[in-house]
Every structure is written in structure tokens, then in C-alpha cells.
Design a protein around this ligand. Structure first.
Ligand SMILES: C[S@@+](CC[C@H](N)C(=O)[O-])C[C@H]1O[C@@H](n2cnc3c(N)ncnc32)[C@H](O)[C@@H]1O
Length: 418
């Protein structure tokens, strides 16, 4: 008989009896999806792996601790036959056939009446990849195709625009510290779907080069602001493009709410009645020290870290930072936007009692190919910045954590430069 291709279908199993025979690794792999589908699951097996047992303990499945017996499939809509006894599998398979219950078999795909596809999920869609015929079945290949599709959808390299659900509006996307791999999956997907991208100078600018030609990319720093403040001009640009029915991404460095003016933009959009979503990003305050081998906390060394803006000097009346209190903390101080004022900041901390030999590290352009780390102490940092020509953007770390790093052997895994 000619072998026809399998017919793909999605089973809606909510409240419907599914019988699983065998409580081993196969059941352990398949049960979570059956539970997620809302099936009424009966497991028949003398033994079960600890993870399957945990599902029974949690009340997610009913477990009868015994071998398969004829009649077990009487009420089933669907069966998974996966015992370690080939004879029992054959008998159960015959019962399934007689009762017209679709069944998968772990030991013999040829004898099964259904096959489990390799599945993955992305944004409310299930991607299921099925081999067409028993002959030449290659489960690793189907899994690889599933991975390629799901990964592509997640990271935006495979673009599948949302025609029904996509609404015009703005996404404030935290792009991470600069390495294009350090944006979130959601951020990357929204970027891939955007009509207009308004980008900061910091963040993963390499991603902009990958956008299709129809996408309008606007440099936030270059928006003319005339009688407005620069930020107002950016807000207006976001509102205007969204009002034209476009999908707008505001791509920001790090996290939108860490010295990123994200809430100001959100407020302006809310006032204009524009729908807006905020996508968190990896903040440079943690990731840039980390990329340079500095943990912001370390057991026995620092039990807190404080992230501070250094954009105004300590004696500036606009400063909202209590430098005297910060000098009294024993944990890590992380200063953003502080390169220009680090001399005055260091003096102030020392004047309020922080030891002058407290270690300091400046990490410039962290996570990018140009990353550079320069070490100093509070006593020497001003001079070091001058002589070493440290330039923004840089994250400044003050505290003993600066000295705890170790040189790690190359792992072969992709990672940000150290
Ligand atoms: C306006 S703040 C924005 C911070 C951002 N929202 C975040 O969460 O990382 C800009 C400052 O962040 C720091 N910064 C951002 N990206 C950096 C990077 N790749 N390397 C070093 N410092 C960076 C610098 O201190 C820079 O002056």
C-alpha cells in the first residue's frame, strides 16, 4: 500500500480523557504539554520517574500504579503508549485500533496511528513540525526545523508580521548596553516589525543596519527641536508617527526606566491617547561591570549596590544625590554619566569618610568591541581619567567588588568582550 503523508491536526483536549501507559522518560517529556492542553490524564504504570511522580502528587494527572490491562483505553480520546514492555505496547495498540483511539507509540512509529510533532511556541502560536512519512523519519531534523523557526521568530530574523493583532502605537524598547545579542527577545521582535525606529546613540545600534529598507530610522539626537526641549521634540515625533498609524519603536540604551526618561515618554504618549508598551532592557549599570569581570555584589564583600547618576556635581544645587550618606555605605556604588564629574565625586566621598584607597573601575563602551576597563582608587581616579583619556559612555564602579574578579579560561561560548 502506498504510504500517504500524515495529516496534521491540533487536538483540543480540554477535559477529555488521555491515557498514558508507562511513566518513564517519554511520559515525562510529553505530559507537560498534555497537562497544558487541559487533558484529563490517566497514567497507568507500576513505576514513574520522580518528575512524573511529582505531577501525580500535584494532582495534575491521575496515576494508577499497575501494568496495562485490557479495557484501559475504553474512555480515551487519545493514548500515549510508552511502556518498557513491547508485548503490552502491542496489545494496547490493538485495543486503541479497535476502539478508534488515536495513539502514539514510543517504541514503534510504524505501528502508531498518530505521531507527535516537534513543537515550540512563539507569541501565542504553536509551531509544530511533523515528518511526512514513516520512511526516512528523522526526529532530529524535525526538531532542528522547529528550533530554526521558533528561534527565528523570537529573535526577529524570521519576520512574520501580525496582520490581525498588530495595532499602531509605540513600544519603548530597552535595547541593552550595546552588544546586539543583549536585547530581549521581545524587543528584537518588535524592532523587526516596526515601521519607524527612533534610536538613541547608546544601545544596540548594530541592529539598525539589519532593518529592511522601508523602515524609517531616526536618530533621536538629530531631531530638530526649535522652540521645544530636545525631549519634547522626541515625544512629539513619537506621537506624530504613531498618529499616522505606524508601528513605532523607541529604541533606548539599557533599560528605559534607568536614567532613560522612559516614564516621561510614556506620560506624553498617554496624554496623547497613544497606546504604548514598555519592554525592559538589560541596564548598563549591572551588565557593563559584569562584562568587565566585576560583579556588583559578591558574598562576603558587598551586600548592596547603589546606582547613582553623576551628571551633576555633588555641590550643584540641582543634585538630588545624598553623597554624604553614600560615603557611609559599605556596598558598591555604580555611577552612570559620571566621567566628567568623577574628580569632584571622589573628593566628596573621601571628604565624608570613604577611604581614599577604595578601588574604582571605569568601564568604557561596555559590551561592545571597543570595551575598555581602567582601574584606579578614589585618590587617583581624577588623574587616571585624564591620563588614560577615559571618555563617556562609561560606568564607574566604586568598592571592593572591583578587585574580586578572576581570569576565566575561554569557554568557547559566545560572550561579550572582557
Ligand atoms: C542616559 S544613561 C542611560 C542608561 C541606560 N538607560 C541603562 O539602563 O543602561 C547613559 C549612561 O549609561 C552608561 N552606559 C550606557 N551604556 C553604556 C555602555 N555600553 N558602556 C558604558 N557605559 C554605558 C553611561 O554611564 C552613560 O553615560
Amino acid at each position: 500500500m502506498a504510504e500517504h503523508p500524515a495529516y496534521p491536526v491540533g487536538l483540543r483536549l480540554t477535559g477529555r480523557r488521555v491515557v498514558v501507559l508507562g511513566g518513564g522518560q517519554v511520559a515525562g517529556r510529553r505530559l507537560p504539554a498534555l497537562i497544558a492542553a487541559g487533558a484529563d490524564i490517566l497514567l497507568v504504570s507500576p513505576r514513574a520517574t520522580p518528575s512524573v511522580e511529582a505531577m501525580a502528587d500535584a494532582g495534575e494527572i491521575t496515576w494508577e500504579r499497575r501494568p496495562y490491562a485490557e479495557g484501559d483505553l475504553a474512555d480515551a480520546w487519545y493514548a500515549l503508549i510508552a511502556t518498557s514492555d513491547p508485548e503490552a505496547n502491542t496489545q494496547a495498540s490493538a485495543e486503541a485500533e479497535a476502539n478508534r483511539v488515536w495513539c502514539v507509540r514510543s517504541d514503534n512509529a510504524d505501528a502508531a496511528t498518530a505521531w507527535t510533532p516537534a513543537t515550540g511556541h512563539s507569541e501565542g502560536v504553536t509551531v509544530a513540525v511533523l515528518t511526512s512519512r514513516a520512511e526516512g523519519r528523522d526526529p532530529r531534523h524535525t526538531a532542528a526545523i522547529r528550533d530554526a523557526v521558533v528561534e527565528g521568530l523570537r529573535d526577529g530574523t524570521l519576520v512574520a508580521p501580525h496582520h490581525r493583532t498588530r495595532t499602531p502605537g509605540v513600544a519603548l524598547v530597552g535595547g541593552g548596553p550595546g552588544d546586539p545579542d543583549l536585547i530581549t527577545v521581545r524587543g528584537r521582535r518588535l524592532l523587526a516589525e516596526a515601521d519607524v525606529v527612533i534610536a538613541d546613540r547608546l544601545g544596540p545600534r548594530d541592529l539598525l543596519a539589519e532593518l529592511p529598507p522601508h523602515v524609517e530610522v531616526i536618530d533621536a539626537a538629530k531631531i530638530p527641536y526649535g522652540r521645544f526641549m530636545a525631549q519634547e521634540a522626541i515625544n512629539n515625533a513619537l506621537i506624530e508617527h504613531a498618529k499616522q498609524g505606524k508601528s513605532v519603536v523607541r529604541l533606548k540604551g539599557g533599560d528605559p526606566y534607568v536614567f532613560g526618561r522612559g516614564m516621561e515618554e510614556l506620560q506624553a504618549l498617554a496624554e496623547a491617547g497613544i497606546p504604548c508598551t514598555v519592554v525592559p532592557g538589560i541596564s548598563s549599570s549591572i551588565s557593563v561591570p559584569g562584562a568587565a569581570g566585576i560583579p556588583v555584589t559578591h558574598r562576603g564583600v558587598a551586600h548592596e549596590f547603589t546606582v547613582v547618576s553623576g551628571h551633576v556635581a555633588p555641590d550643584d544645587e540641582r543634585s538630588l544625590v545624598d553623597w554624604a550618606s553614600l560615603a557611609g555605605l559599605t556596598g558598591t556604588l555604580v555611577i552612570l554619566m559620571g566621567v566628567d564629574k568623577i574628580g569632584r565625586i571622589a573628593e566628596t566621598l573621601v571628604a565624608h569618610g570613604k577611604p581614599a584607597d577604595t578601588p574604582v573601575a571605569l568601564v568604557q563602551e561596555g559590551t561592545t568591541a571597543a570595551q575598555r576597563r581602567v582601574d584606579a582608587t578614589l585618590a587617583t581616579v581624577a588623574e587616571t581619567v585624564r591620563t588614560q583619556d577615559v571618555k563617556p559612555p562609561a560606568v564607574i564602579v566604586i568598592g571592593e567588588v572591583v578587585t574580586v574578579g578572576v581570569a576565566t579560561p575561554a569557554s568557547g561560548l559566545p560572550k561579550t568582550p572582557q
